[in-house]
Design a protein around this ligand. Sequence first.
Ligand SMILES: C[S@@+](CC[C@H](N)C(=O)[O-])C[C@H]1O[C@@H](n2cnc3c(N)ncnc32)[C@H](O)[C@@H]1O
Length: 219
Amino acid sequence: MADPDSRAGMAYITPEILEFVQKIHAPHDVHLQRAFDAPAAEGMPAIQVGPSEGKLLGLLLQISGARKVVELGTLAGYSAIWMARHLPPDGHLWTVEENPKHADVAQANLAAAGLTERVTVVEGEALAVLKVLERHGPFDAVFVDADKTSYDAYGRWAAKHLRPGGLLLADNAFCFKGLMGDTPEAAAVRRLHQETAAAFDSVCIPTPDGLLLGVKRGP
Ligand SMILES: C[S@@+](CC[C@H](N)C(=O)[O-])C[C@H]1O[C@@H](n2cnc3c(N)ncnc32)[C@H](O)[C@@H]1O
């Protein structure tokens, strides 16, 4: 059920409600907690997805039968752990991170979680790394969570290298409230929305940050 207020963008979520539902539906074990705490502990920006978004990413991969997945923007490996845990035993996640310290911290967190076989942390700038990853495609899902100025380019890469039925996911799709603004970031994210709607069956899920979901039309 929605009402005029919620349809107009009012959110009924409060910090207390958010904590309650996260604890029930997306609880942390020791490995998720370690990865979630790592950015603050290591002096990195604490800009990882929330627990509910992490679980949502994992469930979307699970229900779509994803096996080969690319993530752009690893940070400390928190979303990577959620996603990797929802892949089948022969599944693989390539997660791309340009900051060497972030990549090292993520590698340690993934190793602690027993996921080194299932996840490859690829250190480098996303657009350059994607050229190298192409040979592993076509992919079943691409999760975009790196710099916003290249969101449109990441979406175009995904449109080309996803299988029909494959998922394009992009966090921060509201561009931190600035989506309608006059910045290069906003323009790139707006283009991602427009181009995704043209090539995918798509929706922007109104999570607190906005999560774009596209299912690639085929064949
Ligand atoms: C929002 S954080 C990723 C959070 C992570 N997906 C999670 O939820 O746990 C964005 C990361 O992308 C990295 N990054 C930003 N621009 C990048 C680029 N062009 N290529 C590769 N990594 C990039 C940053 O260093 C940062 O670690």
